[in-house]
Write a protein that binds this ligand. Structure first.
Ligand code: NDP
Ligand code: 2IT
Length: 447
């Protein structure tokens, strides 16, 4: 990178946010790709635009005490970053996972600004979560945790202020408990305060499927633009949660054979094609481990450890578990085995080195901010339906989602071409997402 202004901002971000590696990773990725835009707009420096963009508007941290079934008290940490509200209320999920730290939430919140902008819908960037681990907890323990978390968070959220949703470890069960507590404390039925709600109380049809379906709609648009398709292709997907499950369903519907899935312990390889109903039963109903799949599927194998999944030969790889799960070695294995496309379903699943290698090797690469935007886009559609006090059919929401994903592909791909980087969807998505936010920030003055 040559731009002195961007180099200075990166150095300042690193000095100010000591040790937050994941946050630096996304800052580097985004700011490097914005260089051609910043070069054309020297006025950004006087406006402090990039300094303002990289500093959250607000970072909320709080104690979350809760009591387990034996009566013992535990203390977790709660976070909510309200990163940027230039184009709409803060919007983004909540992650409950023991690895969550302030820097994790900041990396996710920063990415969310650009992703939300790409959807074309009026949503700003936010993210939250806790280092609480829902694994192995009873429903009653999860409920008490969620109630304690919301007892603090309710002060900062609202349908026109900040709208949380799910992410890792936060699904329909947790959203239900969070919403119930918000309603109880405020005494008002404010449906649009959180998305991913159950269908009987204001949820949107197709929100559950939206991120996974959206990744496949985006990938399909990218493949078709390059004279390819899912038809007859072998696909490897990591994870077995919300995003992975519905990416598997849609890729299969589009004619591909998905041969592998994983969880945080290991991966399954089923050369016959994954039986997704069995996965839903194991992971969603029983909340058990993916290893159990092999008991009823004699052709399938289970391997301990998750990274080995990228050594399975495939045409298309879709990482849908977590950040930095696909590193340079994994990227080399994919290329060596003839993989031609990688689409990010998770947030920042590929390391920056892996992305550089995949792009240099000529693979089609769909970055997370664009490819997984279908979840938050459908959350915004849920907010619209809540405001209208009305609901659309599954087919209506799904059709809107597909249109949004195709538009994101077109916008990212034309922004890349316009700035002399045709085919580079990482740069295209960052630039297209950034321009809308930057113009809104400039129009609103120094705030
Ligand atoms: P879930 O909690 O439903 O599933 C997460 C999956 O990833 C599980 O299979 C989990 O394994 C695995 N996993 C989690 N952490 C790790 C880890 N540290 N190492 C290896 N595997 C891990 O979450 P989602 O499916 O909702 O989210 C997956 C990814 O997609 C995340 O990056 C999230 O930010 C992103 N995303 C989610 C959206 C949504 O709408 N839900 C929207 C856009 C992006 P195990 O079962 O063992 O815990
Ligand atoms: O990373 C993401 O975009 C999400 N977890 C979904 C956020 C949302 O508000 O639906």
């Amino acid at each position: 990178m040559k731009n002195e202004y961007l180099k200075r901002v990166i150095a300042e971000v690193e000095a100010r946010n000591e040790g937050e590696k994941e946050f630096f990773q996304t800052i580097h990725e985004v700011l490097e790709s914005l260089e051609p835009v910043v070069e054309q707009h020297p006025e950004y420096e006087k406006l402090g635009l990039i300094e303002r963009l990289t500093e959250p508007e607000r970072m909320i941290k709080f104690r979350v005490p809760w009591t387990d079934d034996e009566g013992k008290v535990h203390v977790n940490r709660g976070f909510r970053v309200q990163f940027n509200s230039a184009i709409g209320p803060y919007k983004g999920g909540l992650r409950f996972h023991p690895s969550v730290k302030e820097g994790t939430i900041k990396f996710l919140g920063f990415e969310q600004i650009f992703k939300n902008s790409l959807t074309g819908l009026p949503i700003g960037g936010g993210k939250g979560g806790s280092d609480f681990d829902p694994k192995g907890k009873s429903d009653a323990e999860v409920m008490r945790f969620c109630q304690s978390y919301m007892t603090e968070l309710y002060k900062y959220v609202g349908q026109d202020v900040d709208v949380p949703a799910g992410d890792i470890g936060v699904g329909a069960r947790e959203v239900g408990y969070l919403f119930g507590q918000f309603k109880r404390i405020t005494g008002a039925y404010e449906g649009g305060v959180i998305t991913g709600k159950g269908i009987p109380y204001g949820g949107s049809l197709a929100r559950t499927e939206a991120t996974g379906f959206g990744v496949c709609y985006f990938t399909d648009a990218m493949l078709r633009d390059n004279g390819k398709s899912f038809e007859g292709k072998t696909v490897v997907i990591s994870g077995s949660g919300n995003v992975a499950t519905y990416a598997c369903v849609k890729a299969t519907e589009l004619g591909a054979k998905v041969v592998a899935l994983s969880d945080s312990n290991g991966y399954i390889h089923d050369p016959e094609g994954i039986d997704i109903e069995a996965i839903k039963e194991i992971k969603q109903v029983r909340r058990a481990r993916i290893k159990e799949y092999i008991a009823d599927h004699p052709k399938a194998t289970y391997t301990e450890g998750c990274r080995g999944i990228w050594t399975i030969p495939c045409d298309i790889a879709i990482p849908c578990a977590t950040q930095n799960e696909l590193d340079l070695d994994s990227a080399k294995a994919l290329v060596a085995n003839g993989c031609f496309a990688v689409s990010e379903g998770a947030n920042m699943p590929c390391t920056n080195e892996a992305v550089a290698y995949l792009q240099a090797s000529g693979l089609l690469f769909a970055p997370a901010k664009a490819a997984n935007a279908g979840g938050v886009a459908t959350s915004a559609l849920e907010m619209s339906q809540n405001s209208m006090r009305y609901s659309w059919s599954f087919e209506e929401v799904d059709a809107k989602l597909k249109g949004i994903m195709e538009n994101i592909y077109k916008n990212a791909s034309s922004a890349a071409a316009e700035y002399g980087m045709a085919g580079n969807l990482v740069a295209g998505a960052n630039i297209a997402g950034f321009l809308k936010v930057a113009n809104a920030m400039i129009a609103q003055g120094i705030v």
